[in-house]
Design a protein. Structure first.
Length: 190
């Protein structure tokens, strides 16, 4: 699971790692992918912070075979709340994959195949928080779109149609995500 290499006359052991980039539209898809990689002996050691940084770094580790990943999404007010949150999961047998405390997406691993949610209300709350973040993103993109459209109306700058197309695409994508979150909440009974 590691590579032995020689540098300036000294031998050292270096773990085998790989970084993959992948985008998911649901936590269920992402969990399935992580679990498949775990079955192949790849432990997730680091992941990107947010929707745009999609890098996942894995380390070869045979001990991870048969373990299970689950993902949660929470907005933490401060680092103390985050530490209490992680402690609660650790007490129930879940180990957190390291990330920033204000990341919102948290990945946990356990050797027991069970869900991290005890009821649908928790799943609905997770989707509600994700939808709230998507609404904020949509609002920002929509305001930028309107500003670019108004600026184009008055100035007719050559670059503005490109911005308008980019912002329109972003607004459509954000609206699609909000619609999906709402659909997931309704499916869960929320």
């Amino acid at each position: 699971n590691s590579i032995l290499f020689k540098y300036r006359g000294c031998f050292s052991v270096m773990p085998v790692t790989k970084t993959l980039r992948k985008r998911f539209h649901s936590f269920e898809q992402e969990e399935k992918w992580l679990n498949e990689l775990a079955d192949l002996g790849w432990r997730l050691v680091e992941f990107g912070d947010g929707e745009m940084n999609l890098a996942y770094t894995f380390e070869l580790d045979s001990a991870v075979k048969g373990m299970h990943y689950k993902i949660d999404y929470r907005m933490m007010k401060n680092k103390s709340e985050f530490e209490d949150y992680v402690t609660l999961f650790e007490e129930t047998g879940w180990q957190q994959v390291p990330c920033k405390w204000n990341n919102h997406k948290y990945i946990f691993i356990s050797n027991v195949a069970r869900d991290i949610y005890s009821d649908n209300a928790s799943l609905i709350e997770r989707e509600r928080q994700r939808r709230k973040m998507d609404l904020i993103g949509f609002t920002i993109v929509f305001v930028a779109l309107m500003g670019a459209a108004i600026w184009y109306y008055y100035r007719r700058e050559d670059y503005l149609p490109v911005l308008i197309i980019m912002y329109s695409s972003g607004a459509i994508y954000s609206a699609w995500r909000i619609w999906n979150r709402t659909k997931n909440m309704k499916r869960l009974g929320g």
